[in-house]
Design a protein around this ligand. Structure first.
Ligand SMILES: Cc1ncc(COP(=O)(O)O)c(C=O)c1O
Length: 440
């Protein structure tokens, strides 16, 4: 790819030129988008996959490589928003799925693998004494929240401003977002220890749950401090509030998630993404006293349904992934790889004197283009949308796949050479658009 240095253009002009090149290079994806828009609003069935002027459509994926329908290949640094931890078509996962398929699917009965995956999760995650499966992270959070409400007999939940916990649990646009699940909500600011403590105390008699992602992934790669989480733990215990960690993304940060790494144990945890080996997955688990009511053998049980909760493909792929690939050592290695890559990206920005800021924890990295710090999700709005688009389309052009908002999740398939190539592409981009980026 041959992008010349664009010394004196404006951000808008640079983006317009980049979009022109992108549209010319991707005729099949453009046609697919137009066709798809006839039967899906915006040609889209998952909002995060849309970006302007239209997304490239993917035809194939193998290990760390994606191929789009125009025949371009990309090194995949998005890692399917953390669900692609194993890389694409990992032979161990594919073998597990093939074996499961051979034995038949949709049994309408329990299977061996669900018990095995449940055992593995109870072993790994300190907060999980009992676990149940769902089909998505959204559903897991909904189940954790209704469990907390039913258990405490209270109504409200405390969440972080700007948090994302699923399609109907989005708190970037305020507490009363019209398509949110209608839970009464109290909003706190992440890492504001005294402010949040006061909010908890003021609302203690109505708070059923505190729900927090210990590192806000979609919120912009903002880690909760250990002190903040310790305060939440202390106040939740004092006031009988159920502390829920949403580890849908962060469970990859060690063999036992961020909770194990930080040494803070919530009452419940919600899961999703890679734990199903790349198949549709969700789970919620926690203390025996909270989960025991889902035992259908008990007279006072609460029913928890879901036709595909124990689907054999997910269960088999999940077991294979945890037992044969994502060992404790692999988790630690991936975490360290992410820390190193983030540092290299920040160093690249410094070298060019441009305000590149790579945030996150371990293998989740979010790139922003602003010098103001990203302490709260709303701080990310200081990066102009055009700056995110310019970087994103230029990285696609250079053969690197990541999210429009600068989000990346490393997979186990990425090699040191892939990391080097990515850093070199960012270096090239910063050099080419140095003047535009310095204005941000
Ligand atoms: C922290 C967090 N919670 C929940 C979800 C929702 O998971 P799903 O997309 O499986 O419903 C996501 C998805 O990105 C997430 O990042």
């Amino acid at each position: 790819m041959n992008v010349q240095a664009r010394i004196n253009v404006s951000l808008q002009e640079a983006l317009r030129e980049t979009e022109e090149r992108y549209i010319a290079a991707n005729p099949a994806s453009k046609a697919r988008q137009e066709e798809a828009a006839r039967s899906m609003p915006g040609g889209n069935t998952r909002t995060v996959l849309y970006y302007s002027p239209f997304p490239v459509a993917i035809a194939q994926a193998k290990a760390q490589t994606l191929t789009d329908i125009d025949g371009h290949t990309y090194t995949d640094f998005l890692g399917e928003y953390t669900a692609g931890l194993y890389g694409h078509s990992h032979p161990v996962i594919m073998e597990a799925i093939a074996r499961a398929t051979k034995d038949g699917i949709v049994f309408g009965g329990p299977n061996r693998e669900e018990a095995e995956l449940a055992r593995l999760m109870c072993e790994r995650f300190p907060s999980v004494e009992l676990v149940r499966f769902t089909n998505s992270g959204t559903e897991s959070n909904l189940m954790a929240l209704v469990t907390a409400r039913a258990h405490t007999g209270r109504s409200h939940i405390l969440v972080m401003e700007g948090a994302y916990h699923g399609g109907v649990l989005t708190f970037f646009y305020g507490a009363d977002f019209p398509i949110n699940a209608p839970f009464p909500v109290v909003m706190a600011r992440i890492n504001d220890i005294e402010g949040t403590r006061s909010l908890i105390r003021e609302n203690a008699d109505k708070l059923a749950a505190i729900l927090i992602e210990p590192m806000m992934g979609s919120g912009g790669g903002i880690p909760a401090t250990r002190e903040y989480l310790a305060m939440l733990r202390e106040e939740a215990t004092r006031h009988g509030i159920v502390l829920i960690f949403d580890e849908v993304m962060t469970s990859r940060m060690s063999s036992g998630g961020l909770q194990k790494k930080l040494g803070i144990t919530p009452d419940m945890t919600s899961f999703g993404k890679y734990l199903g080996g790349g198949m549709t997955f969700g789970a919620f688990g926690g203390k025996h006293e909270l989960m025991r009511r889902y035992d259908p053998g008990q007279p006072d049980y609460w029913p928890h349904a879901g036709t595909f909760n124990n689907n054999v493909l997910t269960m088999a792929a999940g077991v294979a992934g945890l037992t044969k690939i994502f060992t404790s050592e692999a988790a630690d290695r991936l975490y360290d790889d992410g820390e190193r890559l983030r540092a290299r990206l920040n160093e690249t920005g410094r070298k060019h004197g441009v305000p590149l800021q790579a945030t996150g924890t371990g293998s989740i990295i979010v790139v922003h283009w602003q010098s103001d710090p990203v302490g709260q999700p709303h701080d990310t709005q200081k990066t102009p949308a055009e700056a995110r688009a310019l970087f994103h389309l230029n990285m696609l052009e250079r053969g690197y796949y990541l999210a429009r908002r600068g989000f990346m999740a490393l997979s186990l398939a990425l090699t040191p050479a892939d990391h080097d190539g990515f850093v070199a592409a960012v270096d090239d981009y910063c050099g080419a658009y140095r003047n535009v980026l310095r204005e941000l």
